[in-house]
Design a protein around this ligand. Structure first.
Ligand code: FES
Length: 575
């Protein structure tokens, strides 16, 4: 590829001028001890860091940034690390998703406003990956994702345990009287015993895999454990490569094509990835104007077998996945399903990266003839209860429940659910359909991960572990169950979900992709007359902005004014 001329570098609009403005830009930078020759026209690489001690999954990213810097220096670039808003899934309330778009704005504006020619996105915990990809996509500079990597496998009392997945299991076991509270508390430290993000195939691992599948990260980005020295090597190589990407002028839009998104959907099916990838990838694609939406998830993913046996759909953890061959081995196994010519950040196609990838463990990464689930992927359901769609992850659901008709037991919001679900007099049995309203983008606000609501204690005591559940919420990527999510429009936006009442019959038909409320149009019209929209959660500030502008799940839950790209033209001088 043609090399970019030094005077064409964007950063030279700051550092390349022999005048008052150039003096101002260079002089203040020199207070960090940067030698004069570093401003000579070499590529300036931003390292966009989501480090935060409040985001434990990303708390090691300052060390990783140093490795990226080594690589940038080696390749003749100048690295400059900068912080953006971090989003820690385990601490942020009411939910990290409320702030994904805010973090994307932070990333976008920080990239555009500053002197950089390319950017490395340091991410880890769930929302940090899509947030930075969305922001970088809207700028369209050369960009490369480096994920922080998963934690080592959890170990509790001699057994391997998975982030999130086993919390849900343990919590249900305590409620069912099968586990003591002391044992429950004791499991905390064993579950999270090293730096890194959740080590199940939850949302963080899914999105790290999606970054690799999309071609935005180097091979093996998804699975190398955070503390494995090879993660440092990957970061250093990423630092070297981003400098070359600037010289070759390889931008996000050349990598994130329709072909890349098709690959990502198929690879998500093969790994049994999180339903959260649905909204994130739609949001990223819409930043680039790529024609990609909810129905692509269904028809592109429908025939893909899930071949990776990881929790929550299966048995193993990310550490096992890396030792088995990681994502390249998966891509090789499903080679017939992917667009082999899709470009990746290392300058090679996805197939050139993966065609010779070995598989060291056929229990963890199975063959297509021995799949975990024949039809992995994400099922997109439609019907009068979800006119704009809803999703379900078949590989995490109970096969017998995927065709089901049951009586609705309705919770108006999460607080109503919490008080009502433990009521011993609640009229519910295992054939019922639990319906949770007002947990969508506007309703919660932020579309919280509460869709896999716990079952009533009296059902758990019978040893029953799953029921059909329907909501406008999301579900943690580490969770499981026959759970219908992302129902659109949501209840708080006046979707039909708002009109469901106790005793209504609901039909779930996953094979037919249907979700139906057996109530007449006349009755629904009568109920709609009595419905009134909710007030914004706050009368000012970001939450008001969010409430007024957030899009529904089928549109990626972005803010309407953030859709699309705005480029990285150099803003006017500040002095
Ligand atoms: Fe951060 Fe799961 S809590 S990845």
């Amino acid at each position: 590829m043609a090399k970019k001329k030094k005077d064409a570098l964007r950063s030279q609009a700051w550092f390349g001028k022999a005048d008052k403005d150039g003096f101002l830009h260079r002089s203040w930078m020199k207070n960090q001890g940067i030698p004069a020759d570093e401003f000579d026209g070499r590529p300036v690489i931003g390292i966009c860091n989501t480090f935060s001690e409040l985001t434990p999954c990303n708390a090691h990213l300052r060390d990783l940034a140093e490795r990226v810097k080594r690589g940038v220096y080696e390749a003749g670039g100048m690295p400059l690390e900068f912080p953006v808003m971090s989003l820690g899934e385990s601490n942020l309330r009411p939910t990290a998703m409320l702030f994904r778009n805010l973090a994307s704005m932070d990333a976008e504006e920080s990239i555009r406003a500053n002197p950089m020619d390319g950017v490395v996105l340091l991410v880890g915990c769930d929302k940090t990956t899509p947030a930075l990809l969305m922001g970088a996509a809207s700028c369209d500079l050369p960009s490369l994702v480096v994920s922080g990597g998963p934690m080592l496998s959890g170990r509790v009392r001699g057994k391997e345990v998975g982030s999130g997945t086993d919390v849900f299991r343990y919590s249900e076991a305590v409620k069912a009287g099968e586990m003591s509270l002391a044992d429950f508390m004791d499991a905390e430290a064993g579950m999270s015993r090293s730096p890194g993000h959740c080590m199940t195939m939850g949302t963080a691992s899914t999105m790290a895999s999606m970054a690799e599948a999309l071609g935005m990260a180097m091979p093996h980005n998804a699975a190398i454990p955070a503390v494995d020295s090879r993660r440092n090597v990957l970061a250093q190589n990423a630092g070297r490569r981003i400098v070359e990407m600037v010289r070759e002028d390889v931008r996000v839009s050349q990598i994130l094509t329709r072909q890349a998104f098709e690959n990502a959907v198929r690879i998500n099916g093969a790994i049994g990835g999180s339903t959260n990838a649905v909204v994130h990838l739609i949001a990223i694609a819409r930043r680039l104007g790529v024609d990609f939406g909810l129905d692509d998830w269904d028809h592109l993913g429908r025939d893909i077998p899930t071949i990776v046996d990881l929790m929550p759909s299966g048995r193993f953890l990310m550490e096992d996945f890396y030792y088995a061959g990681g994502l390249p081995a998966v891509i090789k196994a499903i080679g017939d399903f992917i667009n082999k010519d899709a470009l990746t950040v290392n300058g090679r196609t996805i197939w050139e990266n993966c065609a010779a990838a070995p598989n060291y463990n056929n229990d963890v990464i199975r063959g297509l003839d021995n799949a975990l689930t024949e039809n992995g992927g994400i099922a997109v359901l439609r019907g009068n209860l979800a006119p704009n769609g809803a999703v379900l992850k078949p590989s995490a659901a109970t096969p017998e429940l995927m065709q089901h008709r049951g009586r609705a037991v309705v919770f108006e919001d999460i607080d109503h659910y919490k008080t009502r679900i433990i009521d011993p007099d609640l009229d519910v049995d295992e054939s019922c359909v639990l319906v949770l309203k007002n947990c969508g983008p506007k309703g919660y606000p932020g579309m919280a991960e509460v869709g896999n609501m716990g079952l009533p204690p009296k059902i758990l005591e019978k040893g029953i572990k799953d029921m059909v559940r329907v909501s406008d919420a999301r579900m943690s990527g580490t969770a499981y169950g026959t759970v219908v999510l992302h129902t659109a429009p949501e209840a708080a936006a006046g979707g039909p979900l708002a009109l469901v009442e106790d005793g209504d019959m609901i039909t779930l038909d996953v094979a037919g992709r249907g979700l139906h409320l057996d109530v007449s149009e006349e009755e629904l019209a009568r109920r709609r007359e009595a419905w009134s929209p909710p007030e914004p959660p706050m009368t000012g500030g970001y939450q008001k902005l969010y409430f007024d502008h957030v899009l529904q799940a089928d549109e990626g839950v972005d803010l309407d004014f953030l859709v699309g790209g705005r480029g990285a033209a150099v803003p006017r001088e500040s002095h």
